[in-house]
Design a protein around this ligand. Sequence first.
Ligand code: EPU
Length: 337
Amino acid sequence: MLIQENIQLSTLNSFGCKATASYFCTIKRKDEINEALSWCTHQEKPFLILGGGSNLLFTKDFDGLVIKMEIKGIQLLKETPSDVTISVGAGENWHLLVKYCVQKAWGGIENLSLIPGTVGAAPIQNIGAYGVEAKDTIQQITAFDTYTKQWVTLKNDTCQFSYRNSIFKREKNRYIISEVQFLLQKQPTLHTDYGAIREVLHQKQIKQASIEDISNAIIEIRREKLPDPAMLGNAGSFFKNPTVTLETFNLIKHDHPALVAFPISDSEYKIAAGWLIEQAGWKGKKQGSVGCYEKQALVIVNYDHATGMEIYNFSEAIIQSVNNKFGIQLEREVNII
Ligand code: EPU
């Protein structure tokens, strides 16, 4: 395993921000994880696992070892008349996995089409879109536990999955994921309940949608609403949709009848952060090289060589402004380094 020094990370993060890794290596096999971690222990340096770099913001250089996860492979473990179990290397590109499964007509992750990033990153923030979350199909995860120095298998119910959260996010840097196992269906229940999906299917006059139709519809919707990181630096939703109590919801609704929110239990509501940000006047706004995307206020974009710190400060200004207007403290979805 080759460890390089002073590597520029700007092409390895979807914001395109400049940051230097003091040390850098790529990992293609499981045993190289142990090797890289022993190196960190000996050198007394921290490590950072990098997948697609699509959910992080470098606000400074990283004085440690950046480990680029490149364990590949899609393996069919089991096939029955109704489902398949596959094991996928953490370094596989998420959307390529979705395309592969769609082609095979294995259902379950088609609503997660076109999400940037890698397979190993998917369970960390339990990626989700259009009524589906990664946790719905993940069976188990193979990871190196850096606390016990053992390889472990975590079954779905021990991963503490919730909205954009998991044990991997809560116990940051404890587990290094090498493989994710998925259970996919041959006759899946398709999730077409999102208005936008229904509209696209209706436009195309598709009455009996296939897995591929759903995937295509979602690709179309995402291309229309979200900026392509290859063209315009961004990390998708920068903030999470906040959860508030029924009481807070009622108070805000009273002052702002157009509030966009969805009940998630008898006593809690999830509020559309994009709506809050838009109402606070940020949608389409630009400050220097940073901006709030004109078609989706949850997304912060790097128009032209913005630094990570400029993007961070912009997000801070949004958080404060939303808090002043609505009394809601937005949380970042993106990891700040
Ligand atoms: N809205 C606005 N203004 C905006 C954006 C949204 O008013 O600028 C309102 C609209 O009324 C809309 C509602 O918010 O009906 C919800 O918007 P949308 O359906 O676009 O979903 P979202 O809550 O903004 C979440 C995910 C996205 C995912 C979509 C679709 C989070 C943080 N984001 O966004 O995920 O694609 O749902 O399911 O939960 C990502 O995480 O990077 C991401 C793109």
